[in-house]
Design a protein around this ligand. Structure first.
Ligand code: SAH
Ligand code: SF4
Length: 349
């Protein structure tokens, strides 16, 4: 089913013209939908007849199935039903003192097969359309105003770190970025969008070319091919030297620092040796490293590394001249990690 967020301004104008509505009406509705994140019922300047026709023929296509909050309301996680019903994904809204970030999904499930990841354990169920991807961000803009006043209450950042591998759904993710940065529409700065990838080299090259202002995060989890082949199967296709070369070109072209994501997995990838090898790669790339304590999933019973191990690992990186942060586990009590809410929802059915 086509939702209104799948249409460009021209397409919406055409559709409304076929209903006998003038072009200014389409512009007005488009701005309301994207800029203000308004629902049709909130558009008091259009007639209720038109509101109803829009809702029936060009629905927003976003239904909240469940919503949970943590961190005194500053973290909210929702299970959204998109595009007329079949696609269910998770979205996490995180309010900080200086920014509000939404973590969105690009696919239902994921085909990349990383064993420790709840989304990977589902396999790939569907690619989301550009409108379905963008609609999650519009939802977040609407919700941000309801966050506590310890936050700016205004959506500032978007990260593709929910379900799915964004660069495996490149054309639609790219179209969604274009919609979100449209100066006549949502008007988000491309620098406030970050794509997280497992390391699909052709996708990194495409995004470098088409969206050089978008930030890049790459999920490494291992700094030797031997270990990475095991943890991140796609490494067999795009091994570390190819990945590093694509990231080096990205840095050269954009002048920006990439992030390297690293889930800290007990007695698996948390050795001094891995830290030393990672330090060399990250230093060469001028990349920032994010250490994320593993969130244990039912399909992969390994534990996160102990706190002291994570600190030692971080110290080795720092000694190697690398910027490192230990990611706070936001919304831990509501399972705010990759793919988790969807799994618990399925289990409850
Ligand atoms: N497919 C993309 C983006 C979605 S995953 C990617 O892999 O980068 C978002 C982040 O969550 C990735 O860094 C991923 O490695 C991490 N992640 C997945 N499962 C996790 C788990 N169980 N514990 C901690 N981090 C996890
Ligand atoms: Fe897919 Fe990312 Fe999960 Fe790997 S970590 S299975 S790429 S969502």
């Amino acid at each position: 089913m086509t939702t209104v967020y799948d249409l460009s301004l021209d397409e919406l104008t055409e559709r409304l013209a076929s209903w006998g509505e003038p072009a200014f009406r389409a512009r007005q509705i488009y701005a309301q939908l994207w800029r203000r994140a308004a629902t049709y019922e909130q558009m008091s300047e259009i007639s209720s007849v038109l509101q109803e026709r829009l809702a029936a023929e060009l629905p927003l296509g976003v239904t909240v199935l469940t919503e949970r909050s943590a961190d005194k309301g500053a973290t909210r996680k929702a299970l959204l039903q998109l595009g007329g019903g079949k696609h269910i994904v998770e979205v996490v809204l995180m309010g900080y003192a200086d920014r509000v970030t939404v973590c969105i999904s690009s696919q239902v499930g994921c085909a990349m097969g990383c064993g420790f990841c709840a989304t990977g354990q589902m396999g790939l169920m569907a690619n989301l359309s550009a409108g379905e991807i963008a609609a999650q961000v519009v939802w977040a803009r609407r919700e941000a105003s309801a966050l506590p006043d310890t936050t700016p209450r205004r959506l500032t950042n978007v990260v593709f770190m929910g379900m799915g591998e964004p660069l495996a759904n490149y054309a639609r993710v790219s179209a969604a970025i274009t919609k979100l940065t449209d100066p006549d529409g949502f008007k988000l700065g491309a620098r406030h969008i970050t794509v997280s990838t497992v390391g699909l080299v052709p996708g990194i090259r495409k995004i470098t070319e088409h969206h050089p202002q978008v930030g890049l995060a790459v999920s490494f989890h291992a700094a030797t091919d031997e270990l990475r082949d095991e943890l991140v199967p796609v490494n067999k296709k795009y091994p570390l030297d190819k990945l590093e070369a694509a990231m080096a070109d990205w840095r050269k072209r954009t002048g920006r620092r990439a992030s390297i994501e690293w889930a800290m997995i007990d007695a698996t990838n948390d050795s001094d040796e891995q830290a030393g090898k990672l330090a060399e790669i990250a230093y060469r790339l001028g990349a920032h490293v994010n250490l994320i304590p593993l969130n244990p999933t039912p399909g992969w019973p390994t534990q996160p590394s102990p706190r002291d191990r994570i600190k030692t690992f971080a110290r080795i990186l720092k000694a190697g001249g690398v910027n490192v942060t230990i990611r706070d586990t936001r919304g831990k009590e509501i399972d705010a990690a990759c793919g988790q809410l969807r799994l618990s929802h399925d289990a409850a059915l």
